[in-house]
Design a protein around this ligand. Structure first.
Ligand code: SF4
Ligand code: SF4
Length: 441
């Protein structure tokens, strides 16, 4: 049975109402725009070996074949084979691939959004070298064009595109940022006309981890860096990216790009936020249409460079046996593997690596916007159990990460499972161990 919008039980906002025909047309148009030679090659190369399933924590946790990564793009593979592949006439003649329907697309909302973190682990393992995660990202674009992005992501993306903040009700982040500086006794550089480095901040830190915001300001002050936040380009996250809304993703990235250009920054420093790093480092130039006139660096990369240049000096941290969660977007998509370990080593930390660490690390479970999708929570918790077990198995008392959304996901698990670990920020630990600075706990 279909609902008033012509789809089965999709999680939609009222603004996403559309006829079934318009949904299919939107999805097909969106997907056709995405499928270039590389994607066609990827779709044609799959040998159906199923190995990607063994990389995906949603499949591992459930053993449900619907969570096989390549199956998540099936409606689009079906459309490609039927309409555009070299054997398309044969597929149509023999009825081997059916036409995609609005109900089918709506059912795939769960597979493309609720049960994919866009973590890229499947892409790493495919013997044919298919970047499955990139196909899923393209399929999300088509789902957005079909009005089928989950309502939580759609609404936050719409709000961020229009106002710069993902929540209309939140107190202006500019005000909150300055208040954090006052409470923490640290100067917040804001709206300087010229700066070498432009800073931005995860909304997660503004709302949930103000100590991480203060840590960033404190470290930059300690280094004597020429830097500034900009009121009109503050938020690091990109909900357009999560929702699959490519033009919104571009608009949201443009806010930061234009502000970095306005203050003549040579570096845009991405704070502890993994998906912000992917959106800015790897996708922003493409959406901007030309190379960015500044570097994009994650804060851990920046600090590791400062350490190696001798400008950052750290004291020994009393953190005891420690383990570290590598955020997927940093380590797998960005190759930021050594920087956090260099910083931990400089603080004398005894690092007990997770069984799957570095490039093979499992996602926290909340990435790709999954943490914000309410109905995805039961499956997310099920998926996380393996990760929490890995962390427990290290025997470490201190658990660090360098992405505030990973931190929020683990914090949420702490409450849900009554788990005894508190995820901590690597940046905050660095800020507490600045050589020559007053020791902070
Ligand atoms: S591992 Fe690669 S080739 Fe095998 S099913 Fe998955 S996408 Fe297809
Ligand atoms: S990107 Fe990650 S979560 Fe998504 S299908 Fe691949 S392994 Fe699974």
């Amino acid at each position: 049975m279909s609902d008033a919008t012509g789809v089965l039980s999709a999680n939609l906002a009222p603004e996403q109402a559309m006829t079934p025909e318009a949904r299919v047309a939107g999805a097909m148009k969106g997907f056709a725009q995405e499928v270039g030679a590389l994607s066609a090659f990827r779709l044609d190369s799959c040998i159906h070996c199923g190995i990607c399933a063994d990389a995906c924590h949603f499949y591992i946790a459930t053993e449900d074949p619907q969570y096989t990564p390549i199956w998540k793009v099936e409606p689009f593979k079906q459309a490609y084979k039927r309409e555009a592949s070299p054997f398309a006439p044969l597929y149509r003649l023999l009825g081997l691939k059916r036409e995609v329907t609005a109900d089918q697309l709506a059912q795939w909302q769960h597979l493309l959004f609720d049960s994919c973190n866009m973590c890229g682990r499947c892409s790493l393992i495919c013997p044919m070298g298919i970047d499955v995660s990139a196909l899923i990202e393209q399929a999300r674009h088509a789902m957005f064009d079909a009005g089928l992005a989950p309502k939580e992501l759609y609404q936050k993306a719409a709000c961020q595109q229009a106002t710069g903040q993902p929540e209309a009700s939140a107190e202006p982040y500019r005000k909150q940022l300055l208040a954090i500086g006052t409470r923490s006794g640290v100067a917040i550089p804001l709206d300087k006309p010229d700066a070498e480095i432009m800073l931005c901040v995860p909304r997660t830190d503004i709302e949930q981890y103000p100590s991480a915001v203060a840590a960033l300001a404190r470290v930059m002050q300690h280094l004597g860096s020429s830097c500034t936040f900009r009121s009109d380009g503050l938020v690091a996250e990109n909900y357009g990216y999560y929702a699959g809304g490519k033009s919104w993703q571009r608009d949201i990235s443009l806010r930061l790009i234009e502000q970095a250009i306005a203050c003549k920054a040579k570096t845009l420093l991405v704070p502890e936020c993994g998906h912000a790093y992917t959106a800015l480092r790897w996708e922003a130039a493409d959406l901007y249409g030309k190379p960015l006139p500044f570097k994009v660096r994650h804060v851990t990369e920046f600090l590791a460079d400062e350490l190696q240049a001798g400008r950052l000096r750290l004291t020994q941290a009393a953190s005891g046996k420690t383990t570290f969660h590598d955020p997927c977007q940093l380590v797998r998509k960005g190759g930021v593997n050594d920087a956090p370990r260099t910083l931990m080593k400089a603080m004398g930390i005894e690092l007990n690596e997770l069984k799957n660490h570095g490039g093979f690390s499992f996602c926290c479970g909340g990435g790709g916007g999954v943490l914000d999708i309410e109905r995805a929570a039961p499956l997310r918790y099920r998926t996380m159990e393996n990760k929490l077990r890995e962390i427990d198995d290290t025997g470490a008392g201190t658990f660090l990460t360098s992405c505030s959304d990973c931190r929020r996901t683990f914090d949420d698990a702490r409450t849900h499972f009554n788990w005894n670990k508190t995820p901590q920020s690597l940046l905050e630990l660095v800020a507490s161990n600045l050589s020559g600075a007053e020791k902070r706990t």
